[in-house]
Design a protein around this ligand. Sequence first.
Ligand code: ADP
Ligand code: MG
Length: 707
Amino acid sequence: MLLKETREKLIPTLKTFFGFDSFREQQQEIIESVLLKKDNVVIMPTGGGKSICFQLPALLFEGVTLVISPLIALMKDQVDGLNANGISADFYNSSQENFEQEEVFEKIFKKELKLLYVAPESLSLLQHILTEEHISCIAIDEAHCISSWGHDFRPSYQQLGFLKNQLPNTPIIALTATADKATRKDITQQLNIPEARQFVASFDRKNIELEVRPGNDRFSQILKFIKSKPTEAGIIYCLSRKSTEQLASKLKQNGIKAASYHAGLNFEERTKTQEDFIYDRLTVICATIAFGMGIDKSNVRWIIHYNMPKNIEGYYQEIGRCGRDGLKANALLFYSYSDVIQLRKFATGASNEDVQIAKLERMKQFSEATTCRRKILLSYFGELLAENCGNCDVCKNPPHFFDGTIIAQKALSVIARLKESEAIGTVIDVLRGAQNATIIDKQYHTLKSHGIGKDISWRDWQQYIIQLINQGYCEIAFHKNNALRLTSFSKKVLFENEVVNLTRPKAYEEQVQIQKKATIKITKKLQKDSLFERLRKLRQEIALAENIPAYLVFSDASLKEMERARPMCESDFLDISGVGQRKLEVYGEDFITEIVAFSNEKIEKRKKNDTHKITYQLYKEGFTIDEISEKRNLKPTTIFSHLAKLYTDGKEVDMYSFVTKEEVEKVRIAKDELESPQALKPYFEYFNAEIDYFKIRLALTMIAKEG
Ligand code: ADP
Ligand code: MG
């Protein structure tokens, strides 16, 4: 059992250094176990909050916590993040100068350093500090890299077993988002920690909205999607290097700050792209799966899969990279049958072909689901969700089934007439009565069923046939040019009148409509002068000055909370989630000043509105302009400008009592001739000072309102 006084320190430490008020699921148990010097294996989804599980104990241990992490390029950001929270952390690697390395050791000897990040390759150079006197805890991040079963095996991780032998009393905490049992077992075996406690947190990331769309017109769909959230950063995953490049260049042509990222680029190019993204100089990265691991950027707002991933593990890991701050985020997957065929090809001939095909099949089921997608996803990880999630496209827009027997009969009979030798494209062509070269060559236009499905669009046929495949009424012969074949169920439909239920494909227009609505909502919200935008700007300025990524100053979630709670003194500011002691001290004043300024401007605006109201009240009570001016101690021109504004806002103001119809007409003509000048003076001069300024203003107000 952990000492009471230690346990009582946990929440205050969490608030002081990380700015959070409470732990997320399992974090506290894990932290207590680490503090009890037990070994631990932690499985938590990407973005779940693994780091705190070793960073917080590190603050309470006397010596340094060694953090083994695979990517040197990202260590600096992690260390910057800790430093920004007032935590003494550093990294050690071969790119450092000698004196920098010496400084690191110095801090360790003086017991000033709390966390030291290193890649496994560097451990051999650290032998002199690898003693129990100096090292209090060892954290192994991305621990799945140890396993050749895993998807990201790194040979250098395999030598980590020596740590337990050399430091038998130092607790080890291994962390990963990869859940499968083989990997987990491999981790404990290779690290020599057979007794390690296993923590498996929920894989549910509720804030990520899941959506799957047919992969037609992908580019225009993506463009619309991105334009609806112009300031939000995201990643688009593609299957090939070439498509990442093509997509990025098309996006750039459309004014979007995009770049591609894949293993074919050299180290410098990759590092630069990664940094540009982290520092908000790029908003979109088009990447192969190589991109994203270890990037802790908390304000990635969306992930798009341009192609279907090859398994659910990969998909989940990738979508996990958005919405780490817990705010709403979007995961959009484009699904097409040609991707399935392509991925099957990749899997064919692999040593574990069966496993790969089975995993692909599960991915396909997820993509084609007509029930809550999150349920399917979580059940894959062995979790049962009692209720539908309400935050996926199926929940939000449940499919409507209808009797599709005739549609099924038409498709199946064409497949039969084609002697089960043609793939989906030709089947649809025959259904729709196409007259292209293939059809004529093969004499398919002479078939009785040629054209029996004219009334249904190509796109819809595609969706219907996919549904028929899913329900087992026909299948794809993957080894025979992907030809569509009948199954034993086909007969029941063709000859026994079995009822087939289909769902109507969402019309493309309908989808566009839904997107449009979403766009309007978002742009409304995205008012440039909102407090959130102003705080974002301030954050960006600070980040530039300090040369750290903006999200390390404050997360989007913290800014959102500041916008809502409007803290105007230090103690209120400290209540914001994500504000710890150091951030209060360093950034508090700037942010509070901005919030106060914003609020004052609001009050000023309101006062202005009030001043109009007072004028209107007096006007309605029958006072003349001069009288109102005197009462209010304001110039008559000011009162006229109030009346003009009130009139524009639709209030009842008798404008013709101040300006005649003829005068308005004159102004209208002048406006045309002068080509709508910006100021009143040109009008005044045009009329040789015969029409007063206030009349010109009122006339222009009336003209503007009439249009
Ligand atoms: P992982 O390593 O599991 O992918 P991180 O440790 O990077 O995830 O955490 C993801 C995000 O969640 C970070 O932005 C972190 O600040 C935030 N976070 C972690 N724990 C908490 C908590 N208890 N309360 C609020 N936010 C948290
Ligand atoms: Mg992490």
